[in-house]
Ligand binder design. Structure first.
Ligand code: SF4
Ligand code: SF4
Length: 256
């Protein structure tokens, strides 16, 4: 493996999330040996006690739910030369954005009941934001959870000063390469035609429709999606209903 002349200093940070994407980093197993050869990990709360604010590359997991999160994220952005959003929560709001279907007041009432929330910064929440809604993001590692292989490739590219290649074609491409019988053919529903590839079409390959955890491809081919829906007797509303889980963020723009 090529090695950089100077190892970049890498830090991992978490916001609202299940921390499953950080767990994927810890689970890199055999690739970890290669990666610690090319980067210095200086901060990673889930995996080590040491912490440094001197880093080149920040990997940020989780979505931004509170003003205090946004302030912390801005400080991370100021310190990092490169900021990478890690996983669906950070990239597109993820599951946390489900609550954006309701008013903030309603959500607070359901979660905190009659607790005294006035003036308490921990309870001071706003509608869920992706990391890119608050600061500039250089690269995105999509998925819920992220793909370990993709992450290893992204870290390697960044360490060598190269631009990571993030797929910008739909899951259907990977699904067809695997010669799967289409989920629509089996009477199911799938967001593969408009979702960004990179997961190896893992859900349709294992018999479930894609739920869109990697977000939409840039410029999704909505004409082709409409053709697919029509062919299988489905409507745009059927498709948009499936956006709720991961792609709520896109609903407004797609239904325009
Ligand atoms: S719609 Fe889903 S199951 Fe069908 S080809 Fe595309 S990814 Fe595969
Ligand atoms: S098939 Fe869809 S839902 Fe499943 S991992 Fe890939 S992008 Fe996510």
């Amino acid at each position: 493996m090529m090695r950089p002349s100077v190892k970049p200093r890498v830090a991992f940070f978490d916001f609202a999330s299940c921390e499953g994407c950080q767990l994927q980093v810890i689970n890199l197993e055999e690739s970890v040996i290669d990666l610690i050869d090319i980067v210095d990990v200086v901060s990673f709360r889930e995996a080590m006690k040491e912490h440094s604010d001197d880093y080149d590359i920040a990997f940020v997991e989780g979505s931004i739910m509170r003003p205090m999160d946004a302030e912390r994220l801005k400080k991370i952005r100021e310190r990092a030369k490169i900021l990478v959003a890690l996983g669906a929560c950070a990239c597109i709001g993820g599951i946390n954005a489900l609550r954006n279907r309701y008013s903030v007041e309603h959500v607070k009432k359901v979660v905190y009941g009659d607790a005294d929330i006035e003036g308490n910064p921990f309870f001071d929440v706003f509608h869920t934001k992706a990391v890119g809604d608050v600061v500039d993001v250089d690269y995105y590692v999509y998925g819920c959870p992220i793909s370990r292989d993709e992450l290893a490739k992204v870290i390697t590219s960044l360490a060598l000063g190269k631009k990571p290649e993030i797929p910008n074609y739909p899951v259907c491409v990977e699904c067809k390469k695997k010669e799967n019988v289409c989920i629509f053919e089996k009477g199911g529903f799938c967001l593969g035609p408009v979702t960004r590839a990179g997961c190896g079409a893992i859900c349709p390959t294992n018999g479930s429709g894609c739920e869109g955890c990697r977000g939409l491809v840039d410029n999704p081919n909505t004409d082709s999606e409409l053709d697919v829906l029509k062919k299988y007797g489905l409507t745009v509303e059927d498709a948009l209903g499936r956006f709720d889980l991961f792609c709520y963020k896109y609903k407004g723009e797609v239904s325009k």
